[in-house]
Structures are given as structure tokens and as C-alpha cells.
Design a binder for this molecule. Sequence first.
Ligand code: TYD
Ligand code: MG
Length: 456
Amino acid sequence: MPPSKKDATLLFVCGQCGFESRKWLGRCPDCGAWDSLGEERKAAPIRLGRAPAIAQPLSAADEEECVRLVTGIGEMDRVLGGGIVPGSLVLIGGDPGIGKSTLILQLLASLAAKALKVLYVTGEESVRQIRMRAGRLAIADEAIFVSTENCVEAIVDLAGEMRPALLAVDSIQTVYSEEVGSAPGSVTQVREATARLLTLAKSSHLPILLVGHVTKDGAIAGPRVLEHMVDTVLYFEGDRGQVFRILRTVKNRFGSTNEIGVFEMQESGLAGVDNPSALFLAERPVNVPGSVVLPSVEGTRPILVEVQALVSRSSLGTARRTAIGADPQRLALLTAVLEKKMGVTLFDHDIFLNIAGGIRIIEPALDLGVVAALLSSFFEKPIDPATVVCGEVGLAGEIRAVGQMEMRLREAGRLGFTTFLMPESSARQLRGKSGAGMRILAVRSVSELAEHLFRS
Ligand code: TYD
Ligand code: MG
């Protein structure tokens, strides 16, 4: 039914991406999510009382903003680019139960321990529940103030009165503005509440942390609809069955993106992991086909991960292709390259690819690891456990250079690996530099890779 004139403010908004439509649709045409459009009223524009616009020379802008608030949680400071910039809005997204509230509470405690007054606004849990969690984390600090207020106008007033060093709002989906008619959690409400907190942050130099749940349900807006409004977006990810948690920068106006922090969820909260390579390789099977180690670089940090593949004859008409922690499209492409260039028959084989430990690798350097693991599983031949591989694979089966090879080489050497298969140009550059007895082998094509791997 087309909306009547009276209903000109009625809109259907996608809870995943914020796409707006005048009529309801079963599937969002923008992001492709099913059943994600919810009914909302168009928000009245925010009126903030306009001051005359001013312009000033860039050099006159004060640089006070550059003094960051160091949180004291090392992995968190790393992803933020050295701490929280005053007046910035940081969004922490993640699946429910991944550990966002735990991280926030530990961060607040760390600041409180430096005698800073911090304000924790939560609409998710009662003060008693937070007290219980604090007990579990062995946090008992007078300087952490907790409020269960849900109304953003009241939160802004409270923060204005208290003047904390940091405000954390857990979660933005529980906060509403009095001036918007839509239900709490709707795209309109979540955006409106964020806009008000943004004004507060910028006008009073107060850093604000927002927690946003990743949602599957269309009735509640996900954190993605806020990404363009905030300064920094961090995603807390990991497999809930595993203890590792990765804090990943997706956007950062004040630092590099693609930086990651690695945590381990323990009985008494989250602990930063200083040596993630050792952790991700801890349970690696040795001399088993289908497993190979890849020196990956995330942001400025090298991490060795284990790439696992299982290639087995399919009993079904169409073979299965599953990639966990890697891009399924990339797997399809590499499978096609192997069929064409190596003549291996894979169309009637199921292929499962997994990056061990629940970490996700998106860099192209993963290609050579995937190809090596696939070949190893297909031929039932284990790869030498002291060998690492790294490089991008092109459509012609050629191995292409990737960046930061020196860093990868150092990390592999540090963890006791002795052979490194890499693209030819990188090998040429690094041969002189390789200390500590690392054997560097250049590979130009996937067939050369197979020769090197399975020579014996
Ligand atoms: P939580 O921070 O509540 O997740 P979120 O806010 O992202 O929904 O963490 C939930 C999980 O973390 C819960 O399943 C229990 C676990 N956990 C621990 O393993 N150790 C701890 O010390 C704490 C506080 C939680
Ligand atoms: Mg929570």
C-alpha cells in the first residue's frame, strides 16, 4: 500500500546498513540482508541553536587534541593509535557475548586506577550485575560511576555535570532521544542519540566510547549504520568457542586502520597477548597433510598463523567449498588456478579451508598458504614443519610480491622456522639480509611451489 499524504514521515529503514525505502521490502536492495527493514518515523532535524560560522587559519587551531588519553590497556591503546583522542567518539562493535562490556569495564578500571573519574552508562545490565562482573574482574574502584539512564538528553546533562575523563555508553541500541518518536534501537533513534553524543564530545572535549551490538534482527540497528558518524570504529571479533579475541580497527581518523589487538578471555577477564604467533601455533599438528604456516602482517604487527585445508572426494553432486577465516571468493579463485595450471582435479572434491584459532586473514599474502595447504591435503603429503610460505597468487599461477617481507622474515626466524618460500622479487631483496640461517627459496609459480614443497 503506498503511504498516504498524512504518513509522509513513515519510512522503512534497513537495520544493517541504514538503507531507506518508502515501502517495505523483504530484502534490502543495498546490502542484501533479508527481513532487515523496520518501520520508522523520519526524525525532525536536530536544532542546536546556530552560532555564526567562523573560519581561522589552520596554524591557529590548537594542538591540544593531540594529547591522547592512554587507557593503560596495551592492546587497546595499540589499535587506537596510542590512546583515545579527547573529544573523539569511538564505536566498539561486536557480537553479543563476545566480551565488549568486559573490555569496557577493564578499561574504565584502568583509568580509574590513575585517579581519573569515569562514567559508565549502561542500559543493558543493572548496577548489581556490573558490581558482580567487577567482582569477578577484581575491580573495586570508587572513581567508576555507573548509571542506568537510557535517555540521551539526561545522559548529556549528567556528563555535563560530572565532567568525567571518559564516558562509556553500553550499548547505543538501548539509548533513546525524547525528541524522536521511533522505538529505542531503531536506526533513527540510534543515529539521533549518536548525533547528540557527538555534539557533546566535540563541544566539551569529552572522549566517548559507544558499544554497538552486531544484530541479525531487523528491529534493532547494527553498528554499521553509525560508522560514518564516529571517529573510530573498532570491531571485537572471535569465535565464542575459542579464547582468543581480536580487536580490529576498521576506521580511525586519528591512527592507522587494520591494526589489531589480541586478547585472551580468561576466568578473570581479558588479558592482552604479547606473543600472538606462539598462541596461534600452539596446537599445530606436525607432519600432517593440509597444514602450513603463514607469516601474516596485520597493521604493524607480524603474526604467524596456521592455514589448514581438507580436500576430500565429494559424495554429493556438487562439491562443497567452505572457508573459515578467509575469503570464500579467493578460495574459489585459487582452486580454479590449481585446476588450470597444475592439472589437479578438484571439481569433484569437497574443500574446507580454515585459519586456526578463529583469526580472520584478509591480506593477499594468504594465497600461497592456501595453495600450499590445498596441494598438501590433495596429495596427502605433509609440508616440512619448519617451513613458512607467503605471497599473492595471480590468475596465471604466478607468485606476486607482497609487502613487509622483512618483518615476516624476522618473526618466522624468531619462532624457529628455517625455510621461507616467497615471491622471487622479495627473495632477491632479502637474501643478503637473512640472518640466523633462514633458507630463502624463490617461487615463481604454483608448480614451482609444489616442486619445492614435495621434493622428497
Ligand atoms: P560480555 O562482556 O558480557 O559480552 P558483551 O558485552 O560483548 O555481550 O562477556 C560475555 C562473556 O564473557 C560471557 O559469556 C562470560 C565471559 N567472561 C569470561 O569468560 N571471563 C570473565 O572474566 C568475564 C567477565 C566474562
Ligand atoms: Mg554487554
